[in-house]
Design a protein around this ligand. Structure first.
Ligand code: RIB
Ligand code: CA
Length: 310
């Protein structure tokens, strides 16, 4: 089977870290590079966290730092979930890995423009880098195979009652992306909250007995604790992993095509993905929205990838 070529754009926090582990470890994925963006924590931290994961897992994947603030709104972070470092709860060694000198936006533009249109972009943080690349070089919209993103929600938000974090952290960037004409798959909270890491899942991955399994357990145990504190739930979703998993196991997902817009008005729904679930607008679908997940098979897939690490 030909490998799926992808670029991961992330704001490494805990679930982004697992998405890096999955993308780099799956045998059918060719991870061309990782771009980082301000999101869960500031850009310097999301970049160093990404480099830490690459170093821990001995990954030979170039990392490019991107935008350090949203397009318009003030920077918005989630330390209450990911801690001050963005990967609190993990003791890392001294960082020796370095980011590439090229800016992430230029890496995205150069890579897509030089491609045969066979690369999937997987953003799992705020869409600032993606929007900037689309504005700086609009021709990349025709060169992107598709965008499979973690963000948004048909229903309720997790940063406000209406808005999910990745969209709320840069709504104007999301508006650019959802109106770019690129084929979009949106893994919103309706889907990702089905991929919840429980204590049992932590034990299951820990029991694999390799470094990746222990790292999974240590990383997710921390956010199970912070999610419990903030939302009162004893489980934490690996939101970002679902977007990467879709590339290699789309049969585990049920998606529904629908017109989706982004509320960029400064009201109580600022940053909401307004999904036309009932097709009342008559507008053509611009996103395939994840609604159903085969949860047991999803965890079997994640476990199979973690087992591949030394
Ligand atoms: O709402 C979940 C998203 O926000 C995930 O990407 C998580 O990493 C945070 O960025
Ligand atoms: Ca993320």
């Amino acid at each position: 089977m030909e490998k799926v070529k992808m670029i991961l754009d992330c704001d490494t926090g805990h679930d982004d870290a697992i998405a890096i582990m999955f993308a780099a470890g799956h045998p059918d994925i060719e991870l061309l590079g990782i771009t980082t963006v301000s999101g869960n924590v500031t850009l310097d931290k999301t970049t160093s966290n990404t480099l830490q994961m690459c170093q821990q897992l001995h990954l030979d994947v170039p990392v490019y730092a991107g935008m350090d603030r949203p397009l318009v709104r003030e920077a918005y972070h989630a330390p209450e979930i990911h801690g001050e470092t963005g990967l609190d709860g993990i003791e890392f060694e001294e960082l020796t890995y370095k980011a590439q000198p090229k800016h992430a936006v230029n890496f995205l533009i150069d890579t897509f423009m030089a491609s045969d249109g066979d690369i999937t972009l997987v953003p799992v943080g705020p869409l600032t880098n993606v929007a900037m690349a689309l504005r700086l070089e609009p021709r990349i919209a025709k060169k992107m195979k598709r965008i499979v993103l973690m963000g948004g929600s048909c229903g309720l938000g997790n940063s406000t009652p209406s808005a999910e974090f990745n969209i709320y952290a840069d709504p104007e960037a999301a508006h650019v992306v959802f109106h770019s004409g690129v084929d979009i798959v949106m893994m919103g909270l309706d889907l990702t909250l089905q991929a919840e890491t429980t204590g049992e899942i932590v034990e299951r991955m820990h029991a694999i007995g390799n470094k990746a399994g222990k790292l999974f357990g240590d990383i997710m145990s921390f956010t199970i604790g912070t999610v419990k504190e903030k939302y009162g739930k004893d489980a934490c979703a690996v939101h970002d992993v679902t977007a990467v998993a879709y590339l290699v196991a789309p049969e585990l997902f049920e998606t529904v095509p629908m017109y989706t817009d982004i509320d960029i008005n400064h009201g109580i729904s600022y940053g909401r993905t307004v999904c036309d679930c009932n097709h009342v607008t008559g507008l053509p679908a611009n996103a395939h929205v994840g609604m159903g997940l085969n949860v047991p098979k999803f965890w079997e897939l994640v476990e199979s990838v973690i087992r591949r690490y030394e």
